[in-house]
Design a protein around this ligand. Sequence first.
Ligand SMILES: [Zn+2]
Length: 379
Amino acid sequence: MATPERIIPTYGEVYGQAAQISHLCELVAHATIPHALLFTGKPGGEALPLAMAFARHILCEHPTSEGPCGTCLSCRQMNEGEHPDFSIIYPIAKEGDKETTASDFADAFAKMMRQHVRFTDQEWKETLNSGNKQLNILVAEADKLSKKSVLKSFQSRHQVVLIWQPETMRTDTANKLLKLFEEPPEEMLFLAVSHRPDLLLPTIVSRFQMVRVPPIPEEELQELLATKYGVAADESAEIAHLAQGNLHRALQLASGAEDTLLEQALQFLETTLMSDPRKFQSLTEELAKESRPHVIDMVDKVTGLLREANALRLGVTDAVYIPPADLPRLQRIAERLPLSVYPELMDDLGRARSELRQNANTKMVFFDLMVHFARSYTS
Ligand SMILES: [Zn+2]
């Protein structure tokens, strides 16, 4: 994967968002930037890079109607990801009674930014190596911001605060931040990036102006893969389709990382078809060697496959994203699953996911799941 030249991306490095970018440029040009903007989109998608590029534009000393100048002190500081008037807040794990805030993990975050620019909540969790601890935006963060809000910005007209995953705010954090959102200090602008806006408190959402960040159009993604990331032409069309407009996912598909997950998920389903507890056991032992985020991804993959199997049964083929080569394997599974068992299996998978998140034993969770699947097949 190409290493970005700058940590905070420019509009040119955000894809498929022409309409959103032109809207944001107008806000800067007319000096009508709202105090709080909420960017929503899929994990690993364009929402985070777009919000960052916008922050760059807001803080630029000589902004044009099309974006930041790229050469002023502010732009150069954004290249390095270190600007005195730009702060990023993201979920972290609480360490005992210590007052930890996101800035304690700034090096890890900058490292992720340098490697990917696009990364998911799950990958962030893996980077922090926080095991099974839940990641939250902690109340210490809100206290720190309140203190900061009474200070003048250092060199810019604005202080920009980017909040990644506001849905992970604890209630105490949300209540404190609400006060800030309600009476925002004149210089302070909030850009929030949420992958699960449905989990946000309505009182929070109502303070923000929404920017919906759509997936990259398939053709644009295909071209991007072929021209910028060196993916072979015949492969890029298929990957662009499977990735559903998400560059991050597309690059994972191209690197083969996604292949492993799909293969494991298919093997999981195929093993359940065998109805042999000894086979279940050896597979769960294999899975127990994987990392926790990986097995959670596996459950998500199986959930996706089950949804696609359901679509196959119903004849809705445009909702099926499995590579053509693997389609017969999924078809064999779909043929054995009566439509009536889908809701229950979906519930089982949902439960398995939350149990794994809460540190349940991988072997036991998967063994249970396999038994449930095996029971559901018609002979
Ligand atoms: Zn500039």
